[in-house]
Design a protein around this ligand. Structure first.
Ligand SMILES: Cc1ncc(COP(=O)(O)O)c(C=O)c1O
Length: 480
C-alpha cells in the first residue's frame, strides 16, 4: 500500500467516531431523551431563577474527552440550573416564550439532514417551506403577497434588516445622515438603537416623541415634530412604532401613525417582536390591525409563538430596498443563479449559510394547528388581568391597564423610601427564585414588571407568583 493510502486509512480510523453507528446513535438518543424527560417532568416544581454562577473551568475545552453521561450531568448542573430557567412557566421577566417541545424535534431533524437553507438551489424544499411560512405571516398581518421577508435569529436582526431597507430606500448616506431624522418613543427596544449604530446611522437625529399616560406615542406631537423639522431644513425619513413595548407592553396608535407617515413620506416601521401574534386573538386583533399599514414589520415566533430561542421574522413591502444591501452575486455562486427561483433567504439577510430554522416553526403549526397557539395567547391576556386583581388585594399600585400581557406594579410606602423599598422587594423575589420577574424604571420610578407570555405560565403559576410576592413583601415590610 502506498504511503499516502496508509496515511489516509490511519486518519480515517481516528475520525470514524464522528459518524457513530446505529447502535451508538440509539445509546446517545436514549440518554438525551432520558435527560429531556427528566427535565420536563420536574419543570413545574423546579426553581425559575438561581443567581449561582457556573463552576470555574467546568466548560474548559482541551484534549480530554468526557462520556455523554458526564456531559449531560455538567449541562444539567451548570447550564440548566443556573440563571433564569427560560423553559419554566415561572419565567415572568423580560419577554419569555417557553420553547415548545415539538419545535425541538424539528431542530433535531434539520440538524441531521443539515439543510442549507440560505439558497433555493441548495435546498429548494427548505427555502420553499420558509417562504410559505413568510406567506402565512404576510396573510395574518395584512401584508401584500409581493412583500419580502426573512426568518432571522431573533428580533434584533429582523429590526436591523428593516432599518437598513428604510435607510437605503431614502438614500440616507454621506452628508445627508446628520440632517436625517428618525421618530421613536423612548420605550422603543434598545436593539433599534444598536441597529442604527451598526448600519452607520449613529449620527442621525433621533427625536423622542411625547407619550401618553399609557406610554403610547402621541400622534399630535409626532406630527408637530415632523413639521418643525421639515421647516428647519431637516430630512425626516423614518418613524418607528411598537406593537407591544418591552417595558409596559404598550401598543402605539398604529393607524394614526400610519396616516402621518404617509402624509410626510416617512418609512413606517413597526416593531411587533413581542406583541405581533396577539393579532390572532379576537380581543386584540382590532387594536393591532394597523400593522398592515407599515412598510416593514418585525415579529418574534420565539416570543409570541412560544418557539425556542433563535427565530424572529421580518416583513418588508419594498423588495428592492431590501435587496439593495443584501442581494449579492459572486462568481463562486454562479450555479445557484436562476432568475425564476423563489426568493433566497440569503438575499434578504446578512446571513448566507443559516440554520434551517423554518422547520421548528412549520412542524408545530402543522402538528398542532393554529388554534392552541391562539388559545394560549388569549389565556395570557386573562392571566395578566387576574394577576393585577390579585396584586390589588395585597395593596400594590398598578401601572395603567396594559394593552397586552406586560404590566408593572410597585408597593406604595408613601415616603421617600419607595424606590428603595421596591428594589429590596425585587431582590427578595429573586432570592426566592421560585418565579422570576424583572424590574424597570418608568419616569424614574423603580417598578417591578410581570411579562406573561410563556406557554407554560398557567393559573397555578400566577398563584405561585402572587404567593412569592406576598412573602417577599412581608419580609421587606419588617426590614423597612
Ligand atoms: C419589542 C422588542 N423588540 C425587539 C426585541 C429584540 O429581540 P431579540 O431578543 O429576539 O433579538 C425584543 C426582545 O425582547 C423586544 O421585546
Amino acid at each position: 500500500m502506498s504511503d499516502l493510502k496508509e496515511a489516509i486509512i490511519a486518519l480515517q480510523a481516528q475520525s470514524k467516531v464522528l459518524e457513530p453507528d446505529e447502535l451508538t446513535r440509539n445509546e446517545y438518543v436514549t440518554k438525551v431523551h432520558a435527560y429531556a424527560n427528566q427535565f420536563l417532568n420536574t419543570l413545574s416544581n423546579a426553581p425559575t431563577y438561581s443567581s449561582a454562577k457556573p463552576l470555574e473551568d467546568v466548560f474548559l475545552v482541551n484534549e480530554n474527552k468526557k462520556s455523554l453521561k458526564e456531559i449531560l450531568e455538567i449541562y444539567a448542573s451548570e447550564v440548566a440550573k443556573k440563571g433564569i430557567n427560560a423553559a419554566s412557566g415561572g419565567h415572568l421577566g423580560y419577554i419569555p416564550g417557553g420553547g415548545i417541545y415539538t419545535a425541538s424535534l424539528a431542530d433535531y431533524i434539520a440538524d441531521i439532514t443539515n439543510e442549507y437553507a440560505g439558497m433555493y438551489y441548495a435546498s429548494p424544499g427548505a427555502v420553499a417551506m420558509e417562504n410559505e411560512l413568510l406567506n402565512w405571516l404576510k396573510s395574518i398581518f395584512g401584508f401584500p403577497e409581493s412583500a419580502i421577508g426573512n426568518l432571522t435569529s431573533g428580533g434584533s436582526i429582523a429590526n436591523l434588516i428593516a432599518l437598513t431597507a428604510a435607510r437605503d430606500r431614502h438614500e440616507v448616506k454621506l452628508e445627508r445622515i446628520a440632517k436625517s431624522v428618525i421618530y421613536v418613543s423612548n420605550q422603543v427596544h434598545h436593539c433599534i438603537n444598536k441597529a442604527l449604530r451598526i448600519i452607520g446611522l449613529a449620527d442621525v437625529i433621533v427625536r423622542h416623541v411625547d407619550l401618553d399616560a399609557a406610554s403610547r406615542i402621541k400622534p399630535d406631537d409626532l406630527e408637530e415634530k415632523i413639521k418643525s423639522d421639515m421647516s428647519n431644513g431637516l430630512y425626516p425619513f423614518l418613524v418607528i412604532a411598537s406593537a407591544g413595548t418591552t417595558d409596559t407592553g404598550a401598543i402605539d396608535p398604529l393607524e394614526q401613525i400610519a396616516k402621518i407617515a404617509k402624509a410626510y413620506n416617512l418609512w413606517y416601521h413597526i416593531d411587533a417582536a413581542y406583541g405581533g401574534f396577539f393579532i390572532l386573538t379576537k380581543e386584540k386583533s382590532a387594536q393591532l390591525h394597523g400593522m398592515a399599514l407599515a412598510d416593514s414589520l418585525v415579529v418574534d415566533p420565539h416570543k409570541g409563538l412560544f418557539l425556542p430561542y433563535g427565530i424572529g421574522a421580518v416583513l418588508v413591502k419594498d423588495k428592492q430596498a431590501v435587496y439593495h444591501s443584501n442581494h449579492y452575486r459572486a462568481n463562486y455562486m454562479q450555479d445557484t443563479l436562476n432568475d425564476d427561483a423563489p426568493v433566497n433567504p440569503a438575499d434578504v439577510s446578512p446571513e448566507l449559510t443559516k440554520h434551517f430554522r423554518g422547520f421548528r416553526m412549520w412542524l408545530p403549526l402543522q402538528l398542532h394547528g393554529i388554534d392552541p397557539f391562539i388559545a394560549c395567547l388569549r389565556e395570557k391576556l386573562v392571566l395578566t388581568t387576574y394577576f393585577r386583581e390579585e396584586l390589588l388585594k395585597l395593596g400594590f399600585k398598578l401601572g395603567p391597564e396594559p394593552d397586552l400581557t406586560v404590566s408593572y406594579f410597585w408597593f406604595p410606602t408613601g415616603n421617600e423610601k419607595e424606590n428603595a423599598f421596591n428594589e429590596q422587594l425585587m431582590k427578595e423575589i429573586h432570592n426566592d427564585g421560585e418565579v422570576f420577574l424583572s424590574s424597570t424604571r418608568i419616569s424614574g420610578k423603580f417598578v417591578i414588571r410581570i411579562a406573561v407570555l410563556s406557554f407554560r405560565t398557567k393559573l397555578e403559576t400566577i398563584d405561585r407568583a402572587v404567593k412569592v410576592i406576598d412573602k417577599a413583601l412581608s419580609k421587606v415590610k419588617a426590614e423597612f
